[in-house]
Design a protein around this ligand. Structure first.
Ligand SMILES: Nc1ncnc2c1ncn2[C@@H]1O[C@H](COP(=O)(O)OP(=O)(O)OP(=O)(O)O)[C@@H](O)[C@H]1O
Length: 257
């Protein structure tokens, strides 16, 4: 049996100021090449879970393994360089061009100028931004959707094994969002061994993109399964209520159309 790429083993996280525990006794395995979506209401612990994978947040107890090794025993910079990270706010460096932003990690890794230029063009192509038009622009010369595409390109630049994405399309209009979702899935399918973990509160996004969907409520894992299995057999009343919201929406659509 294949070893998990990311493994949580009875992980807990409590913030001193937090009224409730952010993450409680979380255990799961994610395998290489999977596209995992993490779905839940606001405050359910999704971001905390994602940030514990790249140690932006340290777990209080339990063990998190990356590629079989406890992440606490790994150098944090090395660990993060193996994981692309994309957030809603994008966070491009305003004084660097698109190419400069994408090149940050490859430069730190000591790649040659030729390798970096080729890689910048390659990842811009992956996110459907023609390099000749976009390479030399500054972030302020891009729309929000284009900035987010550059954010994804930057995260892919050093060819990480794992991509962590926190509400990457949260601030993007519905049509652009839908095409970016398709592109992201296509990128993931081009590589057999790239593992994607994407946090969202959008049910359709979670069920469209996820090979498996992790549903969280109040810091706990309610269900972690393939979309069809969740739809056919919701494991808890919370999951059932979540599924009902989709049914209500589709009823509304059919009544209106
Ligand atoms: N730095 C922090 N200090 C104190 N409490 C925190 C901190 N970060 C998160 N929390 C608390 O931990 C819980 C889980 O937060 P988390 O951000 O993981 O939820 P989420 O599911 O990602 O929510 P959202 O969808 O709103 O981003 C919440 O109750 C939150 O208030």
């Amino acid at each position: 049996m294949q070893a998990p790429m990311i493994q949580f083993d009875h992980v807990n996280k409590n913030f001193p100021q937090g009224k409730t525990q952010a993450v409680r006794d979380l255990s799961f395995d994610i395998f290489s090449g999977e596209f995992i979506t993490v779905l839940g209401t606001s405050g359910s612990g999704k971001t905390t879970t994602l940030k514990m994978i790249n140690r932006l947040i340290e777990a209080d107890s339990g063990t998190i393994r990356f590629n079989g090794q406890d992440i606490k025993s790994q150098d944090v910079t090395d660990l993060r360089r193996q994981m692309g990270y994309v957030v809603q706010e994008v966070g491009l460096f305003p004084h660097l061009t698109v190419a400069g932003n994408i090149a940050v990690v490859p430069e730190l890794l000591g790649w040659s100028k030729g390798q970096i230029k080729a890689r910048v063009d390659q990842v811009l192509d992956l996110v459907h931004l023609p390099a000749a038009d976009y390479r030399d622009r500054y972030p302020k010369e891009l729309s929000g959707g284009q900035q987010q595409r550059v954010g994804v390109a930057r995260a892919l630049a050093a060819n990480p094994k794992v991509m962590l994405l926190d509400e990457p399309f949260g601030a993007i209009d519905a049509i652009t969002r839908s095409s970016m979702q398709t592109e992201l899935k296509e990128i993931q399918q081009q590589f057999d061994d790239k593992t994607f973990v994407l946090v969202t509160h959008d049910i359709m996004e979670a069920f469209t993109l996820g090979d498996r969907v992790m549903i969280m409520d109040q810091g706990q894992l309610c269900q972690f399964d393939r979309p069809q299995a969740i739809i056919q057999a919701p494991a808890t009343p919370f999951v059932a209520a979540l599924m009902d919201t989709v049914k209500q929406q589709s009823r509304l659509w059919s009544e209106l159309s």
